[in-house]
Design a binder for this molecule. Structure first.
Ligand code: PGA
Length: 242
């Protein structure tokens, strides 16, 4: 079942989404959280940091697996997702860094790295709560529109629209990595709960597709309608066409 929570604006979205993650951590202190990067979750990570600082949240037993990572970027690169997670969340809370995981972008053996990551997720007993953003083309993680839903972690070539969307973070479009490792739709769908966040007018057309269009790998996020416990927290602008 997909529940939609409509919020006034980005800050309201961030607080409500953070509260859902906070509840998960309070209820199960050793939760496996599936985490996401992108501009949308930054505000909710800020709220989680606040929750830690004021003593409401303890992350010392929390374990995390991130959705994806660019292939070829070292951890120190300021556009690597490792760097993002550290800057926007991990270094501000009492999480044990040994219990945080991302695909290793520097491992150029794609098959080996994807297999390792899949086994890692399984060995953690699966994901309790998976956080997702949504791309303008409906991607979740780096699962781009495709002819079929990918099951496990795999290496993908970014679509031109994603390369363009992400070019704003790099010196030039040519610097955007062309490949990434991403969890598969199958791994995402086996998470016990899913929380997807969206903000702003630019997301309105794809949110409408996700909620009302056909379930198709051409709109990867549409598959979430087949999950039993999904919450979409989105602001009025993102929901303006629904
Ligand atoms: P954004 O990215 O949060 O920066 O819009 C979302 C995504 O591509 O998953």
């Amino acid at each position: 079942m997909l529940k939609v929570i409509r919020t006034k604006n980005y800050d309201d979205m961030s607080r409500k989404a953070a509260n859902i993650i906070a509840a998960q951590v309070i209820l199960k202190s050793d939760s496996v959280l599936g985490l996401a990067t992108g501009s949308t979750p930054v505000g909710l990570y800020r709220e989680l940091i606040r929750g830690y600082e004021n003593g409401d949240l303890d992350f010392s037993h929390v374990r995390t697996v991130n959705l994806d990572e660019y292939q070829g970027l070292p951890r120190e690169h300021d556009q690597s997702y490792y760097y993002f997670m550290n800057e926007n969340l991990f270094k501000h809370i009492n999480i044990n860094l040994d219990q945080t995981h991302l695909p290793d972008g520097t491992n150029m053996d794609a098959e080996g790295e994807c297999g390792r990551y899949h086994e890692l997720i399984e060995s953690m007993g699966g994901i309790d709560l998976q956080l997702l953003g949504i791309g303008n083309n409906g991607h979740i993680g780096f699962n781009e529109p495709a002819d079929a839903f990918a099951d496990h972690t795999h290496c993908i070539r970014l679509t031109e629209s994603t390369i363009k969307a992400n070019a704003r973070f790099f010196a030039s479009e040519a610097d955007v990595p062309r490949y990434a490792y991403t969890m598969g739709i199958g791994e995402i769908m086996t998470a016990k709960k899913i929380l997807i966040v969206a903000s702003g007018k630019a997301k309105a057309p794809i949110i409408r597709e996700m909620l009302n269009g056909p379930v198709t790998p051409q709109v990867p996020a549409s598959v979430l309608r087949f999950h039993k416990d999904v919450v979409l927290v989105a602001d009025e602008e993102a929901l303006s066409l629904v």
